[in-house]
Design a protein around this ligand. Structure first.
Ligand SMILES: CC(C)(COP(=O)(O)OP(=O)(O)OC[C@H]1O[C@@H](n2cnc3c(N)ncnc32)[C@H](O)[C@@H]1OP(=O)(O)O)[C@@H](O)C(=O)NCCC(=O)NCCS
Length: 160
């Protein structure tokens, strides 16, 4: 069983969330995080230990579905089951809302995230071509086209 307390985050967690987001190549801004934490149709879940956040997930309520908008685990806490634990809590939240499906989109090159989502029952629904800007300094790879400046989004979902 992985360590850490899983709970819903609020505006008091903004600074911890800003610190955790710095692990990303494209971190959410403080303003985006603040808006997300105060949006009544969004739930931000986090796992913390020792007063620091190890990971978080953002899920938004849509009219009939829910959308996983972000998922991040600190680099030194990965492969310990934290994201899988967050996803279980995301699914529980979406079920409480009465959502029929949980949707997400992910970079085609993001093997870790696609592995995580497949292992928790998500299936690929389609792709949005050249949806994401390229990650600076990364070579073209699967789903990006040869030398293409942008990367495909893989659209995934699972029934709730
Ligand atoms: C994707 C991410 C959230 C996974 O977090 P994590 O806590 O390491 O994931 P878990 O330990 O819960 O892994 C659960 C399962 O996901 C899959 N998985 C996770 N990381 C993987 C990797 N690097 N390669 C392949 N599969 C992986 C495995 O099936 C794993 O089960 P296993 O460890 O029993 O094999 C983490 O790598 C991350 O924060 N990445 C950067 C941000 C990001 O890409 N977010 C997703 C945006 S859509």
């Amino acid at each position: 069983m992985p360590d850490g307390i899983l709970r819903r985050l609020g505006i008091a967690d903004l600074e911890c969330l800003v610190r955790l987001e710095r692990a990303q190549s494209h971190p959410w801004t403080r303003g985006q995080l603040e808006t997300t934490l105060t949006d009544g149709s969004v739930c931000v879940l986090g796992i913390e230990s020792g007063g620091e956040l190890s990971g978080h997930a953002v899920v938004a309520r849509l009219p009939f579905e829910a959308e996983l908008q972000a998922m991040l685990v600190a680099p030194d806490k990965r492969r310990r089951g934290l994201a899988a634990r967050l996803l279980v809590a995301v699914i529980e939240q979406a079920r409480r809302w009465g959502s029929e499906r949980l949707l997400l989109e992910v970079r085609a090159s993001n093997r870790a995230a696609i592995g995580l989502y497949r292992s928790t029952g998500f299936e690929e629904d389609g792709r949005r071509r050249a949806y994401y800007p390229a990650i600076p300094g990364e070579p073209a790879g699967p789903g990006r086209g040869t030398g293409a400046p942008r990367e495909d989004a893989v659209l995934m979902s699972r029934r709730l």
